[in-house]
Design a protein around this ligand. Structure first.
Ligand SMILES: Nc1ncnc2c1ncn2[C@@H]1O[C@H](COP(=O)(O)OP(=O)(O)OP(=O)(O)O)[C@@H](O)[C@H]1O
Ligand SMILES: [Mg+2]
Length: 265
């Protein structure tokens, strides 16, 4: 029986692409208001896990539960409605829309609109539009995009586009936020700022966050618990300290230690 005190519970998840086993026997227990890291070398299966958790890929095996409800075969929009939002490793944005409209898209997808109210621009529609506008501006400002809300998204530098994606994911009011390499392409200062923003999201919205990231400094300083994937399998999980000292993890990242040659002895 799935445990209800866990927000997101994953059992024995597997994904095969033809003969390739991209993810095998992946398990996850994510509690309410947890901030957890998922790391691993390139090709380890991290994005594939996110694609299964967000309904983009159907698992070949295994089960996913959110708040005790099975969501394994949910579509991406059903998964989003159930409460899982994500950002993408390769940014997805509506290039010609403004930053504000890019964020608003999430509200519209999340709330589902009544056709009568939308077409007739009823009072209810106008009130809702005002509320959406106010909240979208709030999320944009929170992500440091306050001065850029009217800019076409395509004009934004890469780091700002990444922040816009997070604002859009937040606007869907998720219970679980999945961030796939949020700091990719950011410089040191931008990454430090992003860490603060993620901490703030986590504390202000009491949201559970699972973050995939190659920036070890960021993961180790942000997350209480970390999972390590290697070649599709969970290699280790634990606190940042435990992960940094794990011989298996060190080996996976750095390769097997070289045998000492006679000359070195
Ligand atoms: N749609 C697909 N079709 C076939 N193989 C795929 C597909 N998606 C991923 N793979 C393969 O699955 C494995 C895991 O890929 P995945 O993108 O999940 O890794 P990752 O851990 O996110 O890597 P990175 O750190 O480089 O983003 C890789 O061998 C990849 O080539
Ligand atoms: Mg990836």
């Amino acid at each position: 029986m799935p445990r209800k005190d866990l927000l997101l519970r994953v059992e024995g998840l597997e994904k095969r692409f033809g003969g390739i086993v991209a993810v095998s026997d992946y398990t996850l227990s994510l509690g309410e208001n947890e901030l957890m890291g998922l790391i691993g070398p390139n090709g380890a299966g991290k994005t594939t896990v996110f694609n299964m958790l967000s309904g983009i890929l159907k698992p070949s095996r295994g089960r996913i539960f959110l708040n005790g409800e099975e969501i394994t075969s949910f579509s991406p929009s059903q998964t989003a409605k159930a409460g899982i939002a994500r950002t993408f490793q390769n940014i997805r944005l509506f290039k010609d829309l403004s930053v504000l409209d890019n964020i608003k898209v999430a509200f519209h997808m999340h709330q589902g609109r009544n056709l009568f109210h939308t077409l007739c621009h009823t009072k209810k529609f106008c009130r809702t539009e005002e509320k959406i506008d106010r909240e979208a501006r709030g999320f944009g400002q929170m992500m440091g995009l306050g001065d850029l809300l009217d800019e076409p998204a395509k004009n934004l530098p890469y780091g700002d586009q990444r922040r816009m994606e997070i604002a859009r994911a937040l606007a869907a009011r998720p219970k679980v936020l999945l961030l796939d390499e949020p700091a990719a392409g950011m410089n040191h200062q931008e990454t430090a700022d992003l860490m603060e923003i993620i901490r703030k999201i986590h504390s202000d919205y009491s949201m559970s966050i699972l973050v995939v990231e190659h920036d070890m400094h960021m993961v180790m300083n942000l997350c209480r618990r970390i999972q390590v994937l290697n070649q599709g399998r969970l290699l280790a999980q634990g606190t940042p300290g435990e992960i940094q000292e794990s011989p298996e993890v060190i080996k996976a990242y750095l390769g097997a230690p070289k045998e000492k040659t006679d000359a070195e002895c």
